[in-house]
Design a binder for this molecule. Structure first.
Ligand SMILES: Nc1ncnc2c1ncn2[C@@H]1O[C@H](COP(=O)(O)OS(=O)(=O)O)[C@@H](OP(=O)(O)O)[C@H]1O
Length: 401
């Protein structure tokens, strides 16, 4: 009798479990839940400790400050050394080709974990500062939008832009405004990303030359992110670096107000692609290559799931950290001077207000995510070189810390 009862109980338990599983499956279907989200993230990802030796080639007007924020945060939290510019400098010698002596402390501390400030790439000198097992990566943006952003940002700095009433006018007749002999100030006006990789922005677009330079980039850089597919890029970056999700969640930094963005006519876009033909080739190549890697390593369903997770976490952190419903604000609307980003040219560069009343630990997490590049650099500099005078950056007010 007892054994029959026990058997019946086991039978009902199995039925109950089956029913539960079936209900969950039906619910997932009903709520359109992507089951990818329920599978462990990065299943099958290469095992190993997180990558901590990293060189990021910070190109201009390509979402690179958002990437830099990710790297600065990681460096600070894990107590890693950053190859920072010496003294009062804010760049690693840009627009000159990079030299190891542009890095603070390079004599006493031979090598660094992370290098990510603006520089013009020069491999032999970078190798003097970075360890052999360094992970190299960079970011590119569609040159049409990169140039449009650059035009506003460097409007008063680059002679080629200063004389042009608009980007339409500049691109209708670039040679009227652009002079090779003023290259060091005009690097922002033509093939700026090509220049940042260490190449000649005025070189003729010959097939053999272009292919050889792209192959060079491919040999050295394990990954090239694409600003237009920023979240997909971050998913791949996180996978390669074996980092936690929160390490790569970031808010959009250094963006312009709608007032400072110009919509370009189709013929202007086409002219921009021709004027920056070397950047256009670079961008097209690495855009294709990013999608090839995403397809090969993740596939569309898993990629969707991982992008969804990243975005959900970003929304969560925005709700926790940011005032004004997470919307970026004009400089004059930012209460804490340490959170006001550097302004340049004819652009309003936006930043964020933190929600008041955050506890100390949360505030620290949030503050790291919205601290503009220059203030964060000054903070890391003081942490790394407490014996040196603090980095005094006159173009920004106050310090966030
Ligand atoms: N997450 C994300 N996705 C896409 N685009 C983004 C992102 N973060 C920043 N941005 C845009 O990048 C532009 C700023 O680029 P940088 O930070 O590289 O500028 S800088 O060279 O360091 O001054 C700037 O572009 P514009 O607004 O067109 O000027 C930012 O809006």
């Amino acid at each position: 009798m007892m054994s029959t009862l026990g058997g019946l109980q086991r039978y009902f338990r199995v039925i109950l479990l089956l029913l539960l599983a079936l209900t969950l499956l039906l619910l997932a279907g009903f709520l359109h839940t992507d089951l990818e989200l329920l599978t462990p993230l990065f299943e099958g990802q290469a095992e190993g400790p997180p990558v901590t030796n990293i060189m990021f080639l910070k190109t201009h007007k390509t979402a690179s400050s958002t990437v830099l924020n990710i790297l600065y945060r990681f460096a600070e939290i894990h107590n890693l050394s950053v190859a920072l510019p010496t003294g009062w400098h804010v760049h690693l010698g840009y627009p000159w080709l990079f030299l190891a002596r542009y890095v603070e402390g390079v004599g006493s501390q031979q090598q660094f974990n992370i290098m990510c400030n603006h520089l013009r790439f020069n491999l032999p000198e970078v190798q003097k500062v970075m360890p052999n097992d360094t992970f190299y990566f960079s970011i590119l943006r569609n040159p049409v939008f990169q140039l449009e952003s650059s035009f506003i940002y460097y409007k008063t700095y680059a002679p080629a832009f200063r004389g042009a009433p608009s980007l339409d006018a500049f691109l209708a007749s670039p040679r009227t405004f652009y002079n090779d002999s003023q290259l060091l100030r005009n690097v922002y006006a033509r093939n700026n990303m090509w220049f940042d990789f260490g190449f000649d922005p005025n070189a003729p677009v010959e097939e053999g030359y272009v292919r050889a330079r792209i192959a060079e980039v491919e040999r050295r850089f394990q990954l090239v992110l694409i600003a237009e597919h920023f979240d997909e890029s971050l998913v791949l970056l996180r996978r390669r670096l074996r980092w936690a999700l929160d390490d790569v969640v970031a808010f959009r930094l250094n963006s312009r107000s709608a007032r400072s963005v110009t919509r370009l006519a189709p013929e202007t876009r086409e002219r921009a692609r021709r004027w920056c033909a070397l950047d256009w080739r670079l961008y097209q190549h690495f855009n294709r290559s990013l999608w090839g890697q995403l397809r090969a390593e993740l596939g569309p369903r898993r990629l969707r799931g991982e992008v969804a997770r990243l975005r959900a976490r970003r929304r969560e952190l925005a709700a926790l950290c940011l005032q004004d419903a997470g919307a970026p604000q004009n400089r004059t609307q930012i209460h804490d001077p340490g959170l006001r980003p550097y302004q340049s040219g004819a652009a309003d560069i936006l930043g964020y207000n933190l929600r008041p009343g955050l506890d100390n630990q949360t505030r620290r997490v949030c503050q790291r995510m919205v601290t503009p590049e220059l203030q964060y650099m000054a903070h890391l500099y003081s942490l790394q070189f407490p014996e040196k005078p603090p980095k005094n950056i006159p173009m920004v007010e106050g310090g966030a810390y």
